[in-house]
Design a protein around this ligand. Structure first.
Ligand code: C2E
Ligand code: MG
Ligand code: MG
Ligand code: MG
Length: 281
C-alpha cells in the first residue's frame, strides 16, 4: 500500500520515524545524564486519613525538568527508563532520596515517627535489581525504620515471574517495609495475587475513583474491593480524589485513606516540609 503512494511519501514517512527515534534516543541520553548529575527531583503527595483529614504518609513521585523541553511527564520517561534499564539507577536514587527526606523530617519535626513514605517500584527493579539489598542499603544509610517505608508495586510486576517475585517481596518484608498494590482494578486483578503475595494495602485506581459519584457500577466495585480488603486485613487508599463528593462517597464505601488534588497536589520537598510542620505544630 505504501508503495502505491509513491516513493516520496515512503521517504517522508521513514524520515519522520527516524526523527522520532533519534529524539527518543536523545531523550534517553538526557535522562541518563539527569540521573548521573542528580537533576531529578522527588515531589511528595500527602496520603490522607479520610476520617480526620490528617496526612499519614507521602507518596514520592519523580520529577524531571528537562533543560530544553521543560517538565517531562513520568508517563513518558518511566516507560522509557524501564525499557532502557535506566529504571535501576533511577529507582535506587528515588528510594534513597525518599528515605533520607523522611529521616530529615523525623529529625526536625516532633511526633512524626509514624509518618511513612511510599516509593513506586517497577517490575524491572524486582526482576533485575537485587532489590532487598537495595532496600536494606537505603534503610541503613538513612536510618529510618523499615516500617516507615512502603513500596508500591503494580499487578503487572506480579505476573512475570510469580514465584521469584513472591520470594523477593517476602525478603523485603523481613526488613520491615510494607507493600501496596498500586492502580488496583486496572490490571489483571486476580484474587490469587492478594493471596500469594504479602500485600498490606490496596490502592484503588483513579479511574474508579473519578467515576464514583456518577456511576453506580464503579461504586459497587469499590464497595467490593473495600470489603475484600477488610477481610484480608489490608488497608485501602483511594487515588485521585478531586472533589468533595468523591471524598464523601469513598468514605461511605469503606475506604479509610485517600490522596488527590482535593487535598494536595504532589509537593516540592520544601512545601511538603511546610505541610508537615503545619500538621505537627
Ligand atoms: P502512580 O504511582 O499511580 O501515582 C499517582 C499519579 O496520579 C501521579 O502522577 C500523581 O501526580 C497523580 N495524581 C495524584 N492525585 C491526582 C488527582 O487528584 N487527579 C489526577 N488526575 N492525578 C492525580 P505522576 O506523578 O505523573 O506519575 C505517574 C506515574 O508514574 C505514577 O503513577 C507511577 O506509576 C510512575 N512513577 C512516578 N514516579 C516514579 C518512580 O520514582 N518510580 C517508578 N517506578 N514509577 C514512578
Ligand atoms: Mg504509586
Ligand atoms: Mg497509582
Ligand atoms: Mg497510576
Amino acid at each position: 500500500r505504501a508503495k502505491k503512494r509513491g516513493p516520496s511519501k515512503t521517504i517522508v514517512f521513514a524520515a519522520e520515524t527516524n526523527a522520532v527515534r533519534t529524539g527518543q534516543i536523545q531523550l534517553e541520553t538526557d535522562l541518563r545524564h539527569a540521573i548521573e548529575n542528580g537533576d531529578l527531583e522527588l515531589h511528595y503527595q500527602p496520603i490522607i486519613d479520610l476520617e480526620n483529614g490528617n496526612s499519614i504518609a507521602f507518596e514520592a513521585l519523580t520529577r524531571w525538568h528537562h533543560p530544553i523541553h521543560g517538565p517531562v511527564s513520568p508517563a513518558r520517561f518511566i516507560p522509557m527508563a524501564e525499557e532502557s534499564g535506566l529504571i535501576l539507577p533511577l529507582g535506587r536514587w528515588a528510594m534513597m532520596e525518599a528515605c533520607q527526606q523522611l529521616a530529615a523530617w523525623q529529625k526536625s519535626i516532633k511526633n512524626t515517627q509514624n509518618i511513612y513514605v511510599n516509593v513506586n517500584m517497577s517490575a524491572v527493579q524486582l526482576l533485575e535489581d537485587d532489590i532487598s539489598r537495595t532496600v536494606a542499603h537505603c534503610l541503613a544509610q538513612s536510618g529510618i525504620e523499615g516500617r516507615n517505608l512502603r513500596l508500591e508495586i503494580t499487578e503487572s510486576a506480579l505476573v512475570a515471574n510469580p514465584e521469584f517475585t513472591a520470594r523477593c517481596l517476602h525478603e523485603i518484608k523481613e526488613l520491615g517495609p510494607t507493600l501496596a498494590l498500586d492502580d488496583f482494578g486496572t490490571g489483571y486483578s486476580s484474587l490469587n495475587y492478594l493471596n500469594s503475595f504479602p500485600i498490606d494495602c490496596i490502592k484503588i485506581d483513579q479511574s474508579f475513583v473519578g467515576q464514583v459519584d456518577r456511576d453506580e457500577q464503579s461504586s459497587k466495585i469499590i464497595r467490593i474491593i473495600t470489603m475484600l480488603a477488610d477481610t484480608l486485613r489490608m488497608s485501602v487508599v483511594a487515588e485521585g480524589i478531586e472533589t468533595s463528593e468523591q471524598h464523601v462517597m469513598m468514605r461511605s464505601l469503606g475506604c479509610r485513606y485517600g490522596q488527590g488534588y482535593l487535598f494536595s497536589r504532589p509537593l516540592p520537598k520544601d512545601d511538603a516540609t511546610a505541610h508537615l510542620r503545619k500538621q505537627f505544630k
